[in-house]
Design a protein around this ligand. Structure first.
Ligand code: PXL
Length: 280
């Protein structure tokens, strides 16, 4: 990156036609951080706020072609993965990471949509374990952590134990997000022996579609800007809360509406475009 060039981030993820989650959320989040967004699209979903109507997977070779085209040319500073869709694509990403080609890798292990619809071929969950080993940060929510570990999680104590177990599988940072807890939305962050809890009052809204993608992309964007991991996680949480507050009363669609990606504050000076201020 030269002095005038923006940092560059790559998202490897699926398209969400409703614009709340997936590639659409990731690119909007990168832009809000002053980070140039690039993408390798793994699948296209036909979905709205009520659910997923269909999924069309791209051939794994074409996912690889998109990744190669970007990685060999643009100088990528951070990479975020979302919906990978199949074991073959998960293995492709893990293999590319093992070659050292995916810097500052943030893995959001997307398994199911907010609506409960599956976003990963059944039986492919185990292939995630290989990819977790390569990540600098993983950001499963309560349900995803439960699927990865093969049991249901419901309480903050469950999250603490799950995060500690996942830390045994991922040498990077494990962030288990508690947005689906009943009560306060407590996230647990573990790196090695260090455990931190990030408590936050719940923002009462059903417009949370895309909040997980936005969180993981905000972490990746901050890493691309050279922010350290703890600070990136804290800032990303505040960034998502700001957006959840902004869209809390929206009535877009009949189901779980999108988290706000339009934030007029981002259009101000560069300091504000980093989303480091939590204007609501
Ligand atoms: O929120 C996870 C997610 C990721 N990627 C795509 C999605 C969703 C949720 O609906 O549609 C494409």
């Amino acid at each position: 990156m030269s002095g005038v060039d923006p940092p560059v981030a790559l998202t490897i993820a699926g398209s969400d036609s409703s614009g709340g989650a997936g590639i659409q959320a990731d690119l909007a989040t990168f832009a809000a951080h002053g980070v140039h967004g690039t993408s390798a699209i793994t699948a296209v979903t036909a979905q709205n706020t009520e659910g997923v109507h269909g999924v069309s997977h791209l051939p794994v070779e074409f996912v690889a072609a998109q990744m190669d085209a970007v990685l060999t040319d643009l100088g990528v500073d951070a990479v975020k993965t979302g919906m990978l869709g199949s074991a073959a694509v998960i293995e492709l990403v893990a293999e590319t990471a093992r070659r050292g080609a995916l810097p500052n890798l943030v893995v959001d292990p997307v398994l199911v949509a907010t609506s409960g619809d599956r976003l990963l071929d059944s039986g492919s969950e185990r292939s995630y374990l290989d990819l977790l080993r390569e990540a600098q940060v993983i950001t499963p929510n309560l349900w995803e952590a439960g699927v990865l570990l093969g049991r249901d999680l419901a309480t903050v104590d469950d999250i603490r134990r799950a995060a500690a177990e996942l830390a045994g599988l991922c040498p990077g940072y494990v962030v288990v997000t508690g947005g689906h807890l009943v009560g306060a939305a407590i996230d647990v962050v573990i790196h090695g022996q260090d455990l931190r809890e990030l408590p936050a009052a719940r923002i009462a809204t059903s417009n949370n579609h895309g909040s997980g993608c936005t969180f993981a992309s905000a972490v990746a964007a901050r890493l691309a800007r050279g922010v350290d991991v703890d600070e990136a996680v804290d800032g990303a949480k505040e960034f998502v809360r700001c957006r959840l507050r902004r869209s809390a009363a929206w009535q877009l669609g009949r189901g779980n509406g999108p988290v706000a990606h339009l934030c007029p504050d981002d259009w101000g000076d560069e300091g504000r475009s980093l989303g480091l201020r939590s204007n609501s």
